[in-house]
Every structure is written in structure tokens, then in C-alpha cells.
Design a protein around this ligand. Structure first.
Ligand code: ATP
Length: 494
């Protein structure tokens, strides 16, 4: 995938988003006290809520909005032959190259893509295009010597040693392996799944029969995947342990283009419904098709470092089921009684990364705005996350910590906690409390003040506009619910 050019001001924005994610409890480096583990991250209290909401939206939009899609939760470990059948043992590789002086390892294609980006930013787009085309041709032919020579001819140097003293380019398999059982020999080696899709394929017949599914139908799954990525860059964009949300749609052979187009449309609309603007989303057709696909497109989002893939839509033909049939010797056929024929179904896959979508939502919602006049002018930071996805839905504040206001506020909190994820806070000035909620993207702040004692009303302060409206305590549940319900997004998608 080509890296787009990074503008200096965008780098600042990226740094701000990353710093914000850490400082306000969204994402931490894994094992930070031991100086961290590269490309592995942990989600903090607000991060886990946001990520769960994104996964929940995906799950509900697949399972609830489609009568013919059902879910599964397959194990991470699978029989080793699975990965032979899927092609991952033979071709799930990235070309890598080491610099002999710095001993640093790089992805050969990324070095060339960075060089092309450099041409692009120097106003030489033709040179950039020619380089990418040359590289793609060599990679398709698996001409690794050619890739090495291209790196040398382009005078690409290691950013650490500044030399062009490169090793040969080699293929590096991205799967992690481990042993199962107590005997450590090769026969017991198994892999951590590099994609969730295979758990769906091997269960195709189980699900079709037990849930009595008729083609076309889909199987959806959310789960962890593991890839030993050579270059881990850009925060949670490329991780070694991540989560996928995949759906395989089983169809009649020959109908793949119709369904492929339909799923492209459904999926891009899903991203828009989360509040991602049209202008920041685009389709990017694959130049180099993966070993399993006959058509493939990425949905890309414009991150601060350029347009990048967040989801792939792939027409996988009968590649996977066909290979599993061959290796397992179990029939993967479906009898289609409408046309009175048996066949191995074709598959359209939608494959999104939960972590990349999280990064997209966070980047898209991060706001720094000037507010106030003259001496009171200051920068306001807040997260404009779609209220349906926000980690905390409402914060409940007594204006002051006396006059019976905390008691009323606590009662409201206790009544509403069954419906919403809430925060209760009574210390510090109300201004500071509002600011803290802005920083984690809480859409509603409810303040209990002296007027509450008189007429049973409270204020709701809306995050984006900072406007306040007074509502009856009795109406609070509906008022908040109407604003923050995930169903609002689902209705927009349906
Ligand atoms: P890339 O070209 O960025 O490596 P890919 O084409 O290999 O991605 P797929 O195999 O199509 O990705 O995986 C589907 C989705 O899984 C991607 O769109 C992405 O959202 C997510 N994904 C893949 N690899 C990673 C990773 N290392 N870290 C986080 N998410 C990932």
C-alpha cells in the first residue's frame, strides 16, 4: 500500500492525537514499565469503551440488520493444515531487507514507497509513479534480486546508518508460531491465526446446517489476529496483535460482481454513518491482488499521514472452501434447490480492523478550537465522537457540594446507571469538570443546581455547541437516550 506524503502540520496533528490517547486513558503502550513492546498496545478505560462500541455497532449492523447473517466465535488456534489450505504458509510474506551497518530491518516495498513519496513531495510525480509501477511488477514476479537492485539504483539509504549497504531481499512469513501440547517438536507447531476468516470457512458447513442457512448468507466474526509485522509504524495503525471484524458472504458462483458492488456500498455507508465525512473516505482498487482474490478494494480514510486502508472488501471466489475441501477431504458443497445444483460457494469478504477504525474515529474527532474573546481567549480541546459511540454517555454534576445538591445528583446517577455508562463528579469547579468530559468526548453533562430544588429541572450541556438546555428530571432518561443511542446510527445505516 502506498504511503501518502506526510505534511509537517499533519505530523503535529498525529502527535497530538497520540498524546491525547495516552494522557486521557484511551491507549497505552504495552508493558510500558519495561520500555514497551513494539507494535503492541493496551486500551485504557475510555479506549476499551470506545472500541467496544465500534465493535458493537459492527456486530449489530451485521446480525440485526441482515436476516441472513449469523455470527460465530472461533478459536484462535486452528489445525495447522488450515494455513496450508489458506495459502498463508506459502505466500503470507513481506519482502524484507537488512542494513548491514545499522542492523536495522526494513520492508523493501516500504523503502521504495517512501522514495516514491519523496519524489512526489519534490514535485516529480511521474518519477514516483514509474518507481511504484516498477516495484509492483518485480513483486508480482517475485523477483527479489530485482527489488534489491532497485533499492540500490535509487540510492536508498538506511535512515540510521545513512549507508546503502543492504543484504539480499528475502521473504519473511508474517505468521507467529508456537507449540501445542508438551512435546516441543515440529509436528506440534501451530500458528496464531493471522486472520479470523479461516475460522469461518472451516465452520461453513456446521453453520449452514445447524442454522439452516440458504445461499446467499453470511457468517460474521470479531476476534484477535496476529501478524509479525516487520515495520511497525504509526501508532495502532499497524500492530502485531490486533482485532478483526470479518464477514464472509457465501454466494452462487458467477454472482460475485453483483454482491461485491453491493457490499462496497453497504460498507462505505456504514463508515459515513459513524460521522466520518465523505471527503475523508475513498475506495482504492488493489493493483496487486492477494493470492485468494479475483477483485479487491480498500476503503481508505484520510489519516493525518495520508489516505490509508481501514477495511478491505475481497471477492475470494471458491479459493478457501475449495482448498479446505481438497486438504480435509470433506465436501464443502452446498445443494442449491432453486437451481437444483451442488456447488462450492463463492465468497465476498468484508474485513475491517477494529483498531484501525478506533484510530480513524479518534483522529476524526480530535478538535482544538479557539474560544472566548480578548484576555479570555483560550484553546478548547475536545473529542467530537458520534454520541452513539462515545465511551461515556453522560456526566452527572452537582453544581456545588452542599445544599442537598449531591444527594439529588446521586439519586439521578443511581436511576440512570442501568441505561447509560455514566460518570459522577462533585469536586472542583464545574468548568473544570466540563473540560474533563470534553477531553474524553462525553456528549452530555447534566448539572444539578439550586433551581433543581425548586422545579425539578436540571441542565444538559451539549458537548459540541456547549449550549445548555433545562429539562425535567423525569424526562432525563429519554433526553439522553435520544442523543446517545447506538440505534440512531443503525437506523441511518438500515
Ligand atoms: P495492510 O496492507 O495495511 O497491511 P492488509 O491488506 O494486509 O493491510 P487485510 O489482510 O486485508 O489487511 O486485513 C483486513 C483489515 O485488518 C485491514 O483493513 C486492517 O483494518 C486490519 N489490519 C490488518 N493488518 C493489521 C495490523 N497489522 N494492525 C492493525 N490492523 C490491521
Amino acid at each position: 500500500m502506498t504511503d501518502n506524503i506526510t505534511r509537517p502540520e499533519d505530523n503535529v496533528q498525529l502527535k497530538n492525537v497520540i498524546a491525547h490517547a495516552k494522557e486521557y486513558g484511551f491507549v497505552y503502550q504495552s508493558s510500558e514499565i519495561y520500555d514497551g513492546l513494539q507494535a503492541v498496545y493496551d486500551y485504557g478505560p475510555y479506549g476499551v469503551e470506545l472500541k467496544n462500541n465500534i465493535k458493537d455497532l459492527w456486530w449489530q449492523s451485521m446480525i440485526k440488520l441482515h436476516h441472513n447473517i449469523v455470527g460465530i466465535d472461533a478459536a484462535i488456534f486452528m489445525h495447522p493444515l488450515t494455513w496450508k489450505a489458506s495459502g498463508h504458509i506459502d505466500s503470507f510474506n513481506d519482502p524484507m531487507v537488512d542494513n548491514k551497518d545499522s542492523k536495522k530491518r526494513y520492508r523493501a516495498d516500504v523503502l521504495l514507497e517512501d522514495k516514491a513519496a519523496e519524489y512526489e513531495s519534490n514535485g516529480e510525480p511521474e518519477k514516483a509513479k514509474a518507481l511504484i509501477q516498477k516495484m509492483s511488477r518485480l513483486l508480482v514476479k517475485e523477483d527479489l534480486k530485482g527489488v534489491h537492485d532497485l533499492i540500490v539504483n535509487e540510492d536508498i539509504r538506511c535512515p540510521v546508518s545513512n549507508t546503502a549497504n543492504w543484504t539480499d531481499v528475502r521473504q519473511f512469513n508474517l505468521m507467529f508460531s508456537t507449540q501445542i501440547g508438551s512435546v516441543a517438536d515440529d509436528a506440534n507447531a501451530i500458528f496464531l491465526r493471522p486472520e479470523t476468516a479461516q475460522g469461518i470457512f472451516v465452520n461453513f458447513l456446521n453453520v449452514q446446517k445447524t442454522a439452516r442457512m440458504k445461499i446467499p448468507f453470511g457468517i460474521a466474526q470479531i476476534g484477535k489476529a496476529f501478524r509479525n509485522e516487520i515495520v511497525a509504524r504509526q501508532f495502532i495503525f499497524r500492530m502485531r496483535e490486533f482485532e478483526q471484524m470479518e464477514m464472509q458472504y457465501f454466494i452462487r458462483p458467477g454472482e460475485e460482481i453483483k454482491w461485491y458492488e453491493q457490499w462496497k456500498e453497504i460498507r462505505i455507508n456504514w463508515h459515513k454513518a459513524m460521522g466520518i465525512p465523505d471527503t475523508k473516505l475513498r475506495f482504492h482498487d488493489h493493483d496487486k491482488l492477494a493470492h485468494y482474490a479475483n477483485a479487491a478494494v480498500d476503503i481508505e480514510y484520510e489519516f493525518p499521514f495520508g489516505f490509508k486502508e481501514v477495511e478491505g472488501i475481497h471477492s475470494r471466489t471458491d479459493f478457501d472452501l475449495g482448498n479446505h475441501q481438497e486438504l480435509s477431504r470433506k465436501k464443502m458443497q452446498y445443494f442449491d434447490n432453486e437451481i437444483n445444483k451442488s456447488y462450492v460457494p463463492y465468497v465476498i469478504e468484508t474485513s475491517a480492523g477494529a483498531d484501525r477504525l478506533f484510530f480513524m474515529v479518534l483522529s476524526n474527532s480530535f478538535r482544538e478550537e479557539e474560544v472566548g474573546e480578548g484576555e479570555n481567549k483560550k484553546t478548547r480541546s475536545y473529542l467530537k465522537i458520534h454520541p452513539g459511540l462515545a465511551p461515556v454517555k453522560a456526566a452527572i454534576f452537582p453544581l456545588v457540594k452542599k445544599d442537598g445538591l449531591p444527594e439529588i445528583a446521586k439519586k439521578i446517577y443511581n436511576d440512570l446507571r442501568f441505561d447509560f455508562n455514566l460518570i459522577y463528579e462533585e469536586t472542583q469547579s464545574i468548568g473544570k469538570r466540563y473540560t474533563r468530559q470534553d477531553l474524553i468526548g462525553t456528549p452530555c453533562c447534566v448539572a444539578i443546581d439550586h433551581q433543581t430544588l425548586e422545579d425539578d429541572t436540571v441542565t444538559i450541556r451539549e458537548r459540541d455547541s456547549m449550549e445548555q438546555v433545562r429539562v425535567k428530571v423525569d424526562a432525563l432518561k429519554d433526553e439522553i437516550g435520544n442523543r446517545v443511542s447506538i440505534q440512531n446510527i443503525l437506523k441511518e445505516i438500515a
